[in-house]
Design a protein around this ligand. Structure first.
Ligand code: UGA
Length: 416
């Protein structure tokens, strides 16, 4: 099928490469000429396992082409995906102006009968408005890709959600995704829009529950890992998305939880549960920072702090709303001398060591902020020898406290 994808951000790029890989003829449009040049040359602008290989293959067999022109991209398209950014607006709402701008730009040139599908996370009513602006049938097809495993998530999704006004529009998308083996849930437009927020809101709440439980465990002297195992065997609860940490971050959860509160409030519902999730998450960040300060003896001014990890989670170079970055910011504000190492992410203004061991040289405190597996395999004796102090704050529960203590270091984890 001839498909256009507008926007080569995270979602659009994976969607375009994925659809080309499963046999469609895809044109990907992106305004940023440098990004287009990189993608056209087979260079992935994001770190995402498996993506470079698929990108090269789909460019080579010409199932994927890339352009800077939205208008060229939609020529002859049967389906046009809008994968545009919906950043947070001033009051927590999602700012959908990029979507409407493109809808207006494309309206005069969209092929007759072509289906316009929104991939971006958008508030209720956005798709209807896109339909009005483009004069074409619309559908909502939210994405559930996780950074770091986006290619697998595209090829083997848990489900495909299609929201549409009319069944005839649905069939086109069902046909498009035929090579992918996944249950397809067909809903009305508004329900599909809400599903995406409901999923991210729930997952954020789960992580927050684990974090809050960790805090309870710290207070009463329990081990949160055992507590979460003990509840996880209950098949109604399960084990996934229950890893305590420094608080959730990334380009989605923080923005989507706030947008969910706003979306509900606009419709007259006070979503106090979700407000609590957001507030508890902020507390978790502050709590992690406080653990580093305590590990430095109550004041970090002038203390050298090594930070392992800057990305918002392992498997990505993305630092958007990264808890690691937020804590580093607070440490710098408090006068700490921070040296960081992340295997993929670098951040201007934060001194970076060439490797994890170099980062700990002369450090009083080591903070593990991102759960990269290589940190788990570190040589603790060498860490102890290279640090000037002896405190490890493990904000991801990555290390074995007994092994840390055996190396002559002190250990502060999360809820244990
Ligand atoms: C999330 C969702 O998982 C995807 O389904 C969704 O498509 C995506 O947002 C989106 O809306 O585009 P992502 O932001 O890549 O994906 O990251 P997650 O793996 O969900 O992690 C989010 C945050 O929660 C991270 O800061 C992570 O460290 C934290 N987390 C996650 C925990 O602290 N503990 C856990 O057990 C799981």
């Amino acid at each position: 099928m001839r498909v256009a994808v507008i926007g080569a951000g995270y979602v659009g790029l994976i969607q375009a490469v994925g659809l080309a890989h499963i046999g469609h003829d895809v044109v990907l449009a992106e305004r940023d000429a440098e990004r287009v040049a990189a993608i056209s040359a087979g260079r992935s602008p994001i770190y995402e396992p498996g993506l470079p290989e698929l990108l090269s293959a789909t460019l080579a067999d010409k199932s994927l082409t890339v352009t800077t022109s939205n208008i060229d991209a939609v020529a002859g398209a049967e389906i046009v995906f809008l994968a545009l950014p919906t950043p947070q607006g001033n009051e927590g709402e999602a700012d959908v102006s990029a979507i409407f701008l493109v809808a207006d730009e494309l309206a005069p040139v969209l092929p007759e009968g072509c289906l316009v599908v929104t991939k971006s996370t958008v508030p209720v009513g956005t798709n209807l408005e896109v339909g009005v602006r483009t004069g074409r049938p619309v559908a909502s097809n939210p994405e559930f890709l996780r950074e770091g495993s986006a290619v697998t998530d595209f090829m083997k999704p848990d489900r495909i959600v299609i929201g549409a006004q009319d069944r005839s529009y649905v069939d086109k998308l069902v046909e498009l995704y035929r090579p992918i083996d996944a249950p397809i849930l067909v809903t009305d437009l508004v329900s599909a829009e809400v599903i995406k927020y409901a999923a991210n809101g729930y997952l954020a709440a789960r992580v927050t529950y684990a974090n809050a439980m960790a805090n309870v465990c710290e207070a009463v002297g329990a081990d949160v890992r055992d507590v979460l195992l003990g509840i996880g065997y209950d098949h109604r609860i399960g084990f996934s998305f229950m890893r305590p940490g420094p608080g959730f971050g990334g380009s989605c959860f923080p923005k989507d939880t706030r947008a969910l509160v706003k979306l509900a409030a606009d419709a007259g519902y006070e979503f106090s549960l979700m407000r609590g999730v957001i507030a508890t998450n902020e507390e978790q960040l502050a709590r992690t920072f406080a653990k580093v300060v305590a590990a430095a003896g109550g004041d970090v001014r002038g203390s050298r702090v090594a930070v392992w990890g800057l990305a918002f989670k392992a498997g990505t170079d993305d630092v958007r709303e990264s808890p690691a970055l937020a804590i580093v910011g607070r440490l710098l504000d408090a006068g700490a001398d921070v040296v960081a190492f992340d295997p993929q992410a670098t951040v201007p203004g934060i001194s970076a060591a060439p490797d994890a061991m170099a980062a700990v040289d002369g450090a009083e405190v080591l903070l593990i902020a991102t759960e990269w597996p290589q940190f788990q395999r570190c040589d603790l004796q060498a860490v102890a020898a290279r640090m000037s102090g002896s405190a490890i704050v493990d904000a991801r529960n990555l290390l074995d406290p007994t092994a840390v203590k055996a190396a002559g270091l002190t250990y502060t984890g999360v809820g244990r």
